[in-house]
Write a protein that binds this ligand. Structure first.
Ligand code: NAP
Length: 257
């Protein structure tokens, strides 16, 4: 089988880094995307190459149309194909504000990065994947979106984040319905509380929630937890599922009485 290539957006740090390394472990070449921290992305690429596969770094703000297009073109120039797209890049609000005070500029910035960017990148990559399955019948392309428990858990101090992740949930189902006829499967991985730079600012709050049993599995999640899940999907472990949400949340989603 031809060497498969994965593009992981926002893989210089955190969950994206965990996903990129896990995909390398199972044999994918990896395109490592970052927004501004090139050095961190280079470190991830070095760690991937140490696993015996190829990697390169690609800068580009996923929320910016021109930069996103150039990211896609650059990955295609370097690798010639994208078998697995992982839409991981995402941001928290710059200011956590009560939803009665949410500001349009912050709302638009977050939606551009967390929803609009992944939507249009997926549209572009999906067309490439349709061409790929036509020229390589062995190709088994997949799109994996990193959503969040915030798709359904209402945090009234970051409504734009919750809305963006609810949108990612529908985006998963839309592309799943549209692309199944080509054998392109689409999934959402839905992390809970994961230890990364994003949650570092609210660590004390989440330490306390976990200590008070907010999750049946009583610990922080890790980027490795999410990475292993994505690697399982990417290696065809869910062959008759599409549009599926895989919770990686220590059981946070279970309502209890
Ligand atoms: P993180 O530690 O803050 O890392 C964010 C990554 O995304 C970095 O690699 C960053 O690149 C990149 N990035 C940020 N803005 C970007 C942009 N505009 N274009 C391209 N890349 C961009 O975040 P994380 O916690 O790993 O989160 C990753 C994903 O998981 C996000 O979609 C987030 O919403 C989701 N998630 C996280 C948690 C959690 O508990 N941490 C829970 C549920 C869902 P630079 O290094 O260059 O800045």
């Amino acid at each position: 089988m031809t060497q498969q290539v994965a593009l992981v957006t926002g893989s210089s740090r955190g969950i994206g880094r965990g996903i990129a390394l896990a995909l390398a472990e199972v044999g994918f070449h990896v395109a490592v995307n970052y927004a501004s921290r090139r050095e961190a992305a280079e470190e991830v690429a070095d760690a991937i190459r140490a696993r015996g596969v190829e990697a390169d770094v690609f800068g580009g703000d996923i929320g910016d149309d021109a930069q996103r297009d150039e990211l896609y073109e650059a990955v295609m120039r370097r690798f010639g194909r994208i078998d697995v797209l992982v839409n991981n890049a995402g941001v928290a609000p710059q200011k956590r504000l009560d939803l009665l005070e949410t500001e349009p500029a912050g709302f638009d910035r977050l939606m551009r990065i967390n929803l609009r960017g992944p939507f249009f990148l997926t549209q572009k990559v999906a067309k490439q994947m349709i061409a790929l399955v036509r020229r390589d019948p062995q190709a088994r392309p997949k799109i994996i979106n990193v959503g969040s428990v915030s798709a359904y858990a209402a945090s009234v101090n970051r409504p734009e984040y919750c809305l963006s992740k609810a949108g990612v949930g529908m985006m998963t189902r839309l592309f799943a319905a549209r692309l199944a006829e080509y054998g392109i499967l689409v999934y959402e991985v839905r992390p809970g509380i994961i230890a990364t730079d994003m949650t570092a600012a609210v660590k004390a709050k989440y330490d306390e929630l976990i200590a008070n049993n907010i999750t049946p599995i009583k610990r922080w999640g890790t980027p490795e937890d999410v990475g292993r899940t994505v690697a399982g999907i990417a290696t065809d472990m869910l062959p008759f599922s599409t549009g599926e949400v895989i919770n990686v949340d220590g059981g946070f989603h279970i309502r209890q009485l």
